[in-house]
Design a protein around this ligand. Structure first.
Ligand SMILES: [Zn+2]
Length: 89
């Protein structure tokens, strides 16, 4: 799976769409998916209709999860994605 991914890519890759919900920290609209490893992951849509992990974008979540990164999800956090979609100050 490569990110940013389309909805079709996610479904084909074994992700299951669960629900949309505003992020409690930054209020972005978050799309929750169950990942192939049976975790629940928050994603946000980019302007090009692709999905990236909200953990990579949400300032609050990034801080909260900084010490709890899972090696298996490293591909969700490519540095180029983080830098190109970082919120503008
Ligand atoms: Zn957020």
């Amino acid at each position: 799976m490569r990110f940013p991914a389309t909805m079709a890519d996610l479904l084909r890759g074994g992700y299951v769409f669960l629900q949309t919900k505003p992020c409690t920290d930054c209020r972005a609209l978050v799309y929750w998916f169950r990942t192939p490893t049976r975790r629940e992951g928050p994603f946000v849509k980019t302007p090009r209709d692709r999905f990236v992990s909200h953990f990579a974008l949400c300032p609050a979540a990034r801080i909260r999860h900084a010490d709890a990164t899972c090696p298996g999800q490293g591909e969700l956090f490519p540095s180029d994605v983080v830098s190109s979609f970082a919120p503008r100050a």
